[in-house]
Design a protein. Structure first.
Length: 240
């Protein structure tokens, strides 16, 4: 892509229609308003997002799609569950769905519709059945909470709702791969780079449970840098 073409894409909006409404989307608008995270999206990632919105008929100004970018990790294109539902409901073969959670109760697995369980039930996963008029049996999806559950506030506060929601999204994608196959929701991806998640996991598993005081000693930095180096007190023991 030449500089002239790149500038054209970034500054001049493309136009497309979503549900009867015209959407105008430029690269600069995406970078300023439609990116979440602390990273800077590249022009290539921006163009990919623009094309997804255009060809999948998504309105990013209604939060139907947005970009997540942390540090130097690749940007993730996220689509809302509502966009999935709209796409499925607009398909001529769609005939609804059922969904719920899978729990362990007294040594048996039970599939419960909705997202409510007994206090002693152990949450195992989520399930979804999607019905199409051209199929004799529904498309059934069952997912494991251990694989999909993330160590994030929403998953901790509403684990049953989140795993059910993920099951619905996976079920709709399997039922309509031609319409939803290339799209993913925020519940399916982590908002943190892989290396950051590994570090957090190691800290959680290996962190010293004993509180240890350390002595901070200021050391002259190299020219052009300002930093403070923390040196542990030798009398604190072998914990360092």
């Amino acid at each position: 892509m030449t500089n002239a073409t790149q500038n054209e894409v970034m500054t001049h909006p493309i136009k497309f229609e979503v549900n009867g409404e015209e959407v105008k989307l430029s690269g600069n608008t995406i970078k300023q308003y439609l990116v979440r995270g602390n990273g800077n999206v590249s022009d290539q990632e921006t163009v990919m997002f623009m094309n997804l919105c255009k060809f999948q008929k998504l309105n990013p100004f209604l939060n139907e799609a947005y970009l997540i970018k942390f540090g130097s990790s690749p940007a993730q294109i996220i689509v809302s569950k509502e966009a999935f539902m709209k796409r499925a409901e607009g398909h001529e073969m769609y005939e609804g769905f059922e969904a719920g959670i899978i729990v362990e109760r007294e040594g048996q697995l039970l599939e419960i519709e909705g997202a409510v369980k007994l206090e002693k039930d152990k949450l195992i996963g989520g399930w979804c059945k999607v019905y199409r008029s051209d199929r004799k049996v529904p498309i059934v999806t069952k997912i494991d909470f251990k694989e999909f559950g993330k160590n994030q506030a929403t998953w901790k506060e509403m684990p049953m709702n989140m795993i059910r929601k993920s099951a619905v999204v996976n079920g709709l994608r399997e039922a309509f791969p031609e319409s939803l196959g290339a799209m993913h929701t925020e519940e399916e991806v982590s908002n943190k780079p892989a290396e950051e998640r590994v570090i957090e996991k190691e800290i959680e598993q290996n962190a010293n449970q004993e509180i240890i005081d350390i002595q901070a000693e200021e050391v002259l930095p190299e020219e052009g840098y300002e930093q403070e180096i923390i040196i542990p007190d030798k009398e604190q023991g072998p914990g360092f």
